[in-house]
Design a protein around this ligand. Sequence first.
Ligand SMILES: NC(=O)c1ccc[n+]([C@@H]2O[C@H](COP(=O)([O-])OP(=O)(O)OC[C@H]3O[C@@H](n4cnc5c(N)ncnc54)[C@H](O)[C@@H]3O)[C@@H](O)[C@H]2O)c1
Length: 356
Amino acid sequence: MPTGVLSSSPESAQPSVPRAAVVGCGDISAQHLAAIGSLAALGAVRLVGVVDPDPRRREAAAEAHHAPGYASVGELLARGGVDVVHLCTPHSEHAPAALEALEAGVHVLTEKPLAHTLADAERLTEAADAAWLASGTQLGVCFQNRYNAPVVAMRDLLEGGTLGAVTGAEATVMWHRPAAYYAARPWRGTWAGSGGGLLMNQAIHTLDLLQWLVGPARLVDGRASARALGNVIEVEDTADMVLEHAGGQRSVFFATNANGVNAPVTLDIQTEAGELSLRGALTVRHGDGRVEVVEEAGVLVGERSYWGASHQLLIADFYRCLRARERFWIGAEEGAQTLRLIKDVYARSYAPDMWR
Ligand SMILES: NC(=O)c1ccc[n+]([C@@H]2O[C@H](COP(=O)([O-])OP(=O)(O)OC[C@H]3O[C@@H](n4cnc5c(N)ncnc54)[C@H](O)[C@@H]3O)[C@@H](O)[C@H]2O)c1
C-alpha cells in the first residue's frame, strides 16, 4: 500500500493469528468489525472480544459477532489473550484506553483523532515510541482516506514529479449534521467528550490529506465557531484556515457542518505544470491540455460516501505490518501533527479553559 515508511521492529513474540478486540460498539465499530470479519475469513485475525460500558450495545455486538463482551478495556486486558485493540470510542476515551493497552503490550489501532487534548496526544506519542522500541508494540491511527484510490493517485503523481512542484492548494468540507446527530450522541457536541467539533470529528481527514499531499503545515490564521447550531452544541460547526506548508506554499481551507447537504469534499492542488482536483474522483489537468480521471473503486453509498472507502484497506495494511514486524506508517506523530493545527485554531477562537 501507499509509501510504507517502515523500519523493522525489535523481536517480540506474537501468536500466528493475532487476537483482536473492538472497543466501543457504536456507529463506526461496524466498519472495524466488518474488516476484522473479512480478515478472519482468510485466517489473518481472530475476534476475541467486544467492549462497551453500555450493556445494550455490548450485548448486541457480542451476539452478532459471536465474541465475549467486556464492560471496560481493563476487564478485557485482565482476562488476557488479546493482541490488538481497535478503539472506536468517544474521543476523550482514546488516550486512556490506548495507554492502558500499550502498557500491557497490546497493539492499538485508534480511530481519529489521536486524542481529545494536546497533552494526551503528547503522552500517547511518547508511550507509542517507547512501546515500539521496547517490544515492537504498535499504535496506528485510522486516517483511512489516505488509502482511497484517487488520493493514492494524487500522492503518486506529486511524487513522480511530472507535474512539477506544488504551488498552492485549497480544500472544502461542506457537510450537513443536524441537531439530531448531536442529540443521538451528546459527547459529539461537547469539549469534554470530543475536544472540538467539526474540525475534530469530520474535517480532520481533509486536513490530514492536505498535509500528507502538500507537506506539514503551520497555521497562518484561522477561526472556528458555531454558526448554525450554537444553541445545540458547545463546539464549532464551521471553521476557516490559511496554512503555510513546509515548502512555503499556502493553502486555504473552509469546512462546515451547516451546509444543506453532504457535498463531496473538494481538494485542489495547483502545481507548476498542472492541477489535481479531487471531488470523490480525481481529475488531473496537465499543462499540455490532457485531462485524466481516476475513479474511486466501487460506488460509495450512505455513510461510506463521506467516510471514504478505505477502512478495510487500512486495517488489512495494519495487520500486514504486525505480521511483518514493520512499523505502521500512520502513527501517533502523524495524528498529533493534525491535532496541533486544529488546537491552534481553537486557541485563536476560544478561551483556553474551553478547548484545552
Ligand atoms: N474514520 C472515520 O471516518 C470515522 C467515522 C465516524 C466516526 N469515527 C470515529 O470513531 C469514534 C467513535 O465514533 P462513533 O460515531 O462510532 O461514536 P458512537 O457514540 O456511535 O460509539 C461510541 C461507543 O463507545 C462506547 N464507549 C464510551 N466510552 C467507552 C469506553 N471507555 N470504553 C469502551 N467503549 C466506550 C459508547 O457506549 C458507544 O457505544 C470517534 O473517534 C469518531 O471520531 C471515525
